[in-house]
Design a protein around this ligand. Sequence first.
Ligand code: NDP
Length: 446
Amino acid sequence: MPALLQPLHAEVLRRNPGEPEFHQALGEVLETLEPVLTARPELLEARLLERIVEPERQIIFRVPWQDDQGRIHVNRGMRVEFNSALGPYKGGLRFHPSVNLGIVKFLGFEQIFKNALTGLGIGGGKGGSDFDPRGRSDAEVMRFCQSFMTELHRHLGEHTDVPAGDIGVGGREIGYLFGQYRRITNRWEAGVLTGKGLGWGGSLARAEATGYGNVLFAAEMLKTRGADLAGQRVTVSGSGNVALYSIQKAQALGAHAVTASDSAGYVVDEKGIDLELLQQIKEVERGRVSDYAERRGPSARYVPGGSVWDVPTDVALPSATQNELDADAARTLVRNGVKAVSEGANMPTTPEAVRVLREAGVLFGPGKAANAGGVATSALEMQQNAGREAWSFSEVEDRLAFIMRDIHATVRDTAERYGAPGDYVLGANIAGFERVADAMNAQGLI
Ligand code: NDP
């Protein structure tokens, strides 16, 4: 940690005890900001960082609901409205038993800078619950979503706070949440949630956007070294929304995507992942990657409990969850000749692993930049809702591709401008920080 920022870092840790993921996300940003604060002392003077690290508002609430047997459960709901200098709070909802305030704050903090990088006028926020949708019936998930929205609705609005999906929150959950919002408010306010169904305000290519965007970002990084994604071997972790569409885009661009995983294990398919089969198992049957291996035949091998990063690859796309790629995994990837790692998930690579990769000269795309295509396309969904329009798939995808190239160029140029060519972490943090800090500075003491 640069000496200049040590007191602030210590103070934030002291005031936010027991939140290791937030501390990690914060440390990763603070470590890179010294060059901009030295070059622009007015930002230091205005104590912008001290303000940015404190959420504008944090909401924590009780979510009581009844299961199919009539038993009563109580979960905790949260929404952290972190920063609205650039636009309404925007960021997903996560339903997973691991969710706590520190995790929501880490995600919300990352979201501020990510959303700034899109250039689309969206602030940063995140929310969720420790509810576990796995193994629950549709009716149970609906009752939970209705109870969750019964409190959350009073904090939302298309110009105030606009949630979307994340882990455990997909199209089904967004549908139940939107229905309850509409019922309580008696308003057709399509722009209050993104990731909606296509027949009722959703955008084509939103489901695909995070994975597609990450693959495009990886391709842009490879280009800076004169390499092409086509023909490369790609490994992907996870088998949810981000993972599935990363595999699809990688294959469409001529790469060979050979893995998928879940919290129980991973599958390697030397013939390349059969996406149709995996989608059927994950999205329709809500099954596991072990089912894929069983049904696919001899080309697929299932490894229970192992690390997908043991599989040799040219390009690794971690797309499951935070801290899933540690220093040992990074060393294995380097030994096996990895050329690029691009984060589809939020903070999947530990700080030590990032160091290992950077020291070995591996291209590294941080999630703030690399997976920003999802939220960018959510902003495009909001634009369509505001104009009561529905754009074609190719129109949305073209805009997404333009945005990803623009983010890549901004991050690369910022890193160069601040004397760290090729450092996408520094470039993303500084470029995002400058946009938010400049807006806050112009808006008075907020
Ligand atoms: P999904 O719920 O669709 O899928 C999550 C996948 O990750 C599942 O395969 C799940 O396996 C696995 N996973 C989740 N938690 C763990 C864990 N603790 N250990 C191992 N595997 C785990 O989520 P998304 O695909 O939407 O999100 C994945 C990541 O991408 C998250 O970090 C999210 O924040 C990030 N992201 C998502 C965006 C989006 O548009 N959806 C946008 C930007 C970032 P299992 O079923 O076994 O739990």
